[in-house]
Each structure stands twice: as structure tokens, then as C-alpha cells.
Design a protein around this ligand. Structure first.
Ligand code: NAD
Length: 360
């Protein structure tokens, strides 16, 4: 079997970590008898440098024509990079918002999983961690505050800015259905997070989620206010299975959840549309501070590539093999700098990719 994969290396550490993910994917292809044909696509700063815009229509067309998209990360140092002197709609991050909207990637999945071998990196106390935690944050990605109307005005010398948070019930229903479907494959629990004590959009969210829950009697639904959820994530992260929430709450909570695991360089993510198509990328950014130094941890991107095999290409066995290879490398004591601890062997980006590919 052969599949077309659009690859967006992006900026900063993006090209380095994507290269390692491709190395591991190719090792899995050899073992499990599939071939991935890669087409490189420019996005973010890399596209601005060549085309003057963060994402071209041709790039979108290439992504749409592929079976899935594998991405590194985009963006530069906001203080020093010339990209941030451009108008907001021409900056690297505008490419990211555009591709999500154009490909209709409304469901963002971010696992936050504590590896036994990396327990020391977790900033929480042992009695809170217990046997570890394993949650999936499902964030709505194409609606809400980040896509609502916005404007800035000035009246009598006073500047005023307005952002709009809007959702319709169809947008809420489709992400809720995805959330319940995924909970069914996990521990059968959904925590829907909103701010229903204040926001109308949250009250609609809650009512639609309750409606969807009727079709999933085997899944337990609970509601939680977002401020409480932020607290519960550090008080007792074990209680969560699937956290289902809107765009901005999900943005903030997923970063909190990833920090609680102690290792942002380990966390993958998938953004899916209504079909099997998806865009797969690490949860972290382009880390310009360590770019080009063979210091980046490629594991988040390698695990995102495993999610791509599982969700878009139905290659579950190969995905399992990559996840097992990552665990084995950690068990064997190899660490990149960000997850290094005493007694372990420090390796760079390329060697980490080699070690995982070998074990696959
Ligand atoms: P970041 O995630 O890039 O970096 C935060 C810290 O974590 C840095 O110290 C960095 O060195 C470290 N880090 C991140 N990934 C790592 C890895 N794989 N291995 C080892 N260390 C790693 O966040 P930031 O500094 O806030 O943002 C940098 C740029 O990335 C900005 O331009 C931002 O807009 C962009 N960004 C892009 C995406 C994306 O492409 N989806 C997401 C978030 C941020």
C-alpha cells in the first residue's frame, strides 16, 4: 500500500524533528509493508521568505490532495524575527489558522500521558501522580474566540478592542460526537468543560453535549467549569479521561496538561476533520532558542506520526510498534536534554530518531 503525505517542516526545530519522524515512519513502512510518498509544503516563516505569505493556495491544494499532513512547527522569535514586523494576517501563525479552517480541522486531540520512565520530570508530588495519568484533551479548533469577528476602535483618545465568541449547535455537536466516540475506545468518561455560569455560548455548549450524551449511555458525562478544571488538573489529574472543550479553553488547558507531564517535547497532537483526513504535529512550538543545534526532542513528532498511521491510514499495528519503540528507548535510558535525568545517556535529535527507528 502506498499513501501520499504532505510534509510541512516549518520553522525553527521543525525541519529537524520532521526528518526524524520520517525516518521512523520509513522504518515502520519497511517492516509492515507500506510506502509513504512525501510532498514538501512550505508554511509559516519558511513560506513568507519565499512567497511573502505564510500559506499559499497551492500549498493548501497539495495538503488537500494528500492522505494526511505531517507537520513540524512554525514561527520564530517574536522579539527578533522580521516575520513579526508584518501585519498580523501575514505572520507565520496566520498560516496555521488558515490551514485549520481550509481543511476544516475542527477536532484537535492532545494526549497528556505520564511515562513511567519520566515520572521524575513531573512537577507534581508522588501522592498526586499515583500510578500515573492518561488523558485526552479534545479541543474544538475552528470556532469560538479565535475565529470570531474582531476589531479595534478609538474614541476620544481611548482605544477599545472587541473579540467575539460564537458557536452554533452544529459546531458543538460534531466535536462532542468525536469526543464521545474516542471516550468509548478509552475509559468511557467525558468531562465537558465550559463557563456556563457566565457565558451564553457555554450554556449552548452544555445543552448540546447533554443531547449527544443520550446516544452514549455507556459513557459517563460530567460538566466542569473551566476555572475549576484548571485547578483539578494539578490537584488530581488521574480523574480525567477525555476532556471536551471549546477552542480557547482547550488551548490553555492542553498546555497546562502538557506541562503537568513534565515534558512538552513528548506530546503529540492530531487535528481531524469529518473524514479520516488529519494534520499531525507536536504540541510544542518551533523552539527557535534551540533550532539547528541537534538539541530538540523529536519524540512528540514521532508520536504524532504514529497517530497519523492510526487515525488517517488505519495502520494500527505500525502505530503500536512506534509507540512501543519510544517506550523501549526510554526504558533503555536514552534521553534528549529536555528530559535528561541522572544515570541516563544524553543523545541529540538525530541519535534519538535512529534509536527509535532501530527498535521499530
Ligand atoms: P515552544 O514550545 O517553541 O518552546 C517553549 C520551550 O520549550 C523552549 O524553551 C523550547 O526550547 C522548549 N521546547 C519546545 N519544544 C521542544 C523540543 N521538541 N525539545 C526540546 N525542547 C523543546 O514555545 P514558544 O517559545 O512560546 O514559541 C516559539 C515559537 O513557536 C513562536 O513563534 C510560536 O508562535 C510558535 N508556536 C508554534 C506552534 C505550532 O506550530 N503549532 C505552537 C506553539 C508555538
Amino acid at each position: 500500500m502506498s499513501y501520499n503525505i504532505a510534509v510541512i517542516p516549518g520553522d525553527g526545530i521543525g525541519p529537524e524533528i520532521v526528518r526524524e519522524a520520517q525516518k521512523v515512519l520509513d522504518a515502520a513502512g519497511k517492516k509492515y509493508g507500506f510506502e509513504l510518498k512525501y510532498t514538501e509544503v512550505l508554511m509559516g516563516g519558511a513560506s513568507i521568505d519565499v512567497h511573502g505569505v505564510p500559506l499559499t493556495d497551492e500549498a493548501i491544494a497539495t495538503a488537500k490532495a494528500s492522505d494526511a499532513v505531517l507537520m513540524g512547527s512554525i514561527g520564530g522569535d517574536a522579539k527578533t524575527s522580521p516575520w513579526y514586523k508584518l501585519a498580523p494576517n501575514l505572520r507565520p501563525e496566520a498560516g496555521l489558522l488558515k490551514i485549520r479552517k481550509e481543511l476544516n480541522l475542527f477536532a484537535n486531540l492532545r494526549p497528556a500521558y505520564l511515562y513511567e520512565e519520566l515520572k521524575e520530570a513531573c512537577p507534581l508530588r508522588d501522592d498526586i501522580i499515583g500510578d500515573g495519568f492518561d488523558m485526552m484533551i479534545m479541543r474544538e479548533l475552528t470556532g469560538g474566540l479565535y475565529f470570531g469577528e474582531r476589531h479595534t476602535t478609538e474614541e476620544n483618545g481611548v482605544r477599545k478592542a472587541v473579540d467575539t465568541l460564537s458557536y452554533d449547535e452544529n459546531e458543538i455537536r460534531r466535536i462532542a460526537v468525536r469526543g464521545f466516540d474516542i471516550a468509548r475506545k478509552r475509559r468511557h468518561k467525558v468531562t465537558s468543560v465550559d463557563k456556563a455560569n457566565v457565558l451564553d455560548s457555554s450554556r449552548l455548549w452544555r445543552s448540546v453535549v447533554e443531547d449527544v450524551a443520550k446516544d452514549y449511555p455507556d459513557v459517563t458525562l460530567e460538566h466542569m467549569l473551566v476555572d475549576n478544571c484548571a485547578m483539578q488538573l494539578v490537584r488530581d489529574p488521574k480523574q480525567f479521561d477525555v476532556i471536551l472543550t471549546e477552542n480557547m479553553f482547550g488551548d490553555i488547558l492542553s498546555d497546562e496538561a502538557s506541562m503537568v507531564t513534565g515534558s512538552i517535547g513528548m506530546l503529540s497532537s492530531a487535528s481531524l476533520n469529518e473524514t479520516k483526513f488529519g494534520l499531525y504535529e507536536p504540541s510544542h512550538g518551533s523552539a527557535p532558542d534551540i533550532a539547528g543545534k541537534d538539541l530538540a526532542n523529536p519524540i512528540a513528532t514521532i508520536l504524532s506520526a504514529a497517530m497519523m498511521l492510526r487515525f488517517s491510514l488505519d495502520l494500527d499495528e505500525a502505530a503500536d510498534a512506534i509507540e512501543a519503540a519510544v517506550k523501549q528507548v526510554l526504558k533503555d535510558g536514552y534521553r534528549t536534554g529536555d528530559i535528561m535525568s541522572e544515570g541516563c545517556t544524553k543523545v541529540g535529535t538525530v541519535q534519538m530518531g535512529d534509536l527509535i527507528a532501530e527498535r521499530v
